[in-house]
Each structure stands twice: as structure tokens, then as C-alpha cells.
Write a protein that binds this ligand. Structure first.
Ligand SMILES: *[C@@H]1O[C@H](CO)[C@@H](O)[C@H](O)[C@H]1NC(C)=O
Length: 222
């Protein structure tokens, strides 16, 4: 709750703090030279605001902070709004995202597919969203503890794919390694082998200080 309250006052938690404009680059670019496959598609960028990859769904509001844990309802509302604006006639649809948004693209992949017209060609692309479940160099598993806290705080369990939560504790269902085999919709995973955020945050060190140890661990776990 403490970190969520903090986040609610940052661009990752409040539209009041977000930049007024976002550049459409990369896969969102309208330049055919740079983005030959998608330059002329209808494109929507959904701002990340909930801290749970759009899985939160708690009715009760914490009276001490007034923080609402309802990311899944935000996601549902966004998709319904877009369907009403014409996405209900889509022939092709691609959901993508980076980092926590890449994780969203995995966790919501099949649900996105189900909300689109039955004859639509739907796919998912996760960019840097394949968070790995590893111990850091002290032997502690902060990644798993973190996702367990997200599930408890946000009430995420009911919005994670039931194909995983029926078999495993909800916290570990945030890890794509436990999700991807059951996903029915075509899913493309883009992830750098040397994803610096994961190396620093997950292992608790920087690559250059610990390269010999990490190369061995990474070879065994990724
Ligand atoms: C691409 O988008 C920019 C910004 O909206 C616009 O100024 C430009 O004309 C667009 N280019 C093409 C080729 O549509």
C-alpha cells in the first residue's frame, strides 16, 4: 500500500502527472519506411496506471490512502470503449506493450482475443515483458515475493488466466513461464537476453560487477 500510494502520485499512477502527448514511434510509427507492417493501422496507446499489469480488482477502497486497486476494470473499460469506437469491426488486431505492458500483453492475450469479433485475426506481442523467476545473488527470491504482494494488495488472482491459477499459486502466475504454454492466441515474445532492468532488479547487482556469476546463472535459468 505504501508503494502504491507513492506511485499514485507519479506518471505511473495518475493521469494528472502523465505527459500530455506521447510520441508514436517504433511499432506505432506512421512511417512506412520504419514500420512497414503496421504504419497504416489504427493505433491506440493505453497509459499504464495501475501497478498490476491491469489485473487489480478490489471492491473495497483502502480508507487510509483512498487508493483504488482496480486495474482490470480499467482495462475492460478501455477495451469496451475502443470496441464501441470501431474496434468491433476489426479484421486484424495486435495487442502489444513494453515491460509491465508487455506482461499485460501476455496476461490479457486470450481475453483480448475473446473480446474482438469472432472472425478477427488477433495476435499478441510482448516486448520486454518476460519476467523471469530467479533468486538474486543473495539467494532471496524477491521477484516471487513481489508478485505475491501484488496479488494480495490488488486482488489480482481472479484476473490472471485460470489455466494457470487452477494449478499454481496466483503469485507465480505473473511469471510468463507459467502462462505461455496455455495461451491459445498466437503470442510473439521479444526479450533481450541482457535485459538490463531484469539483471539489475532481479539479481540485485549490475552486470559489469558480476558478469562471471551472472553468465553462469543466466545460462541455467533463461
Ligand atoms: C505521421 O504523423 C504525424 C504526427 O501526427 C503527422 O504530422 C504526419 O503527417 C504523419 N505522416 C504520415 C505519412 O501520415
Amino acid at each position: 500500500a505504501t508503494t502504491c500510494l507513492h506511485r499514485s502520485r507519479t506518471p505511473l499512477g495518475s493521469s494528472k502527472e502523465m505527459a500530455r502527448q506521447a510520441a508514436f514511434t517504433g511499432i506505432l510509427s506512421n512511417a512506412s519506411d520504419y514500420n512497414p507492417d503496421f504504419y497504416n493501422w489504427n493505433k491506440v496507446k493505453v497509459r499504464y496506471c495501475d501497478g498490476s499489469s491491469f489485473t487489480g480488482d478490489k471492491e473495497e477502497v483502502d480508507p487510509s490512502t483512498n487508493v483504488h486497486y482496480r486495474g482490470a476494470r480499467v482495462w475492460q473499460a478501455v477495451i469496451e470503449d475502443l470496441l464501441a469506437k470501431g474496434m468491433n469491426k476489426a479484421k486484424n488486431a495486435l495487442i502489444s506493450g513494453c515491460s509491465a505492458g508487455g506482461l499485460t500483453s501476455i496476461l490479457h492475450c486470450d481475453r483480448f482475443h475473446q473480446l474482438l469479433p469472432a472472425d478477427a485475426n488477433v495476435k499478441c506481442l510482448s516486448d520486454a515483458g518476460f519476467f523471469i523467476n530467479v533468486k538474486d545473488i543473495t539467494g532471496a527470491n524477491h521477484a516471487e515475493a513481489f508478485f505475491n504482494d501484488v496479488v494480495a494488495t490488488h486482488g489480482s488472482a481472479k484476473n490472471l488466466p485460470s489455466s494457470c491459477t487452477s494449478k499454481l499459486p496466483a503469485g507465480v502466475c505473473f511469471f510468463p513461464q507459467n502462462e505461455v504454454q496455455q495461451i491459445q492466441t498466437p503470442l510473439f515474445i521479444l526479450n533481450a537476453a541482457y535485459d538490463s532492468w531484469q539483471v539489475i532488479i532481479r539479481y540485485g547487482t549490475s552486470w559489469c560487477q558480476r558478469a562471471p556469476i551472472l553468465s553462469g546463472e543466466a545460462a541455467g535459468t533463461t
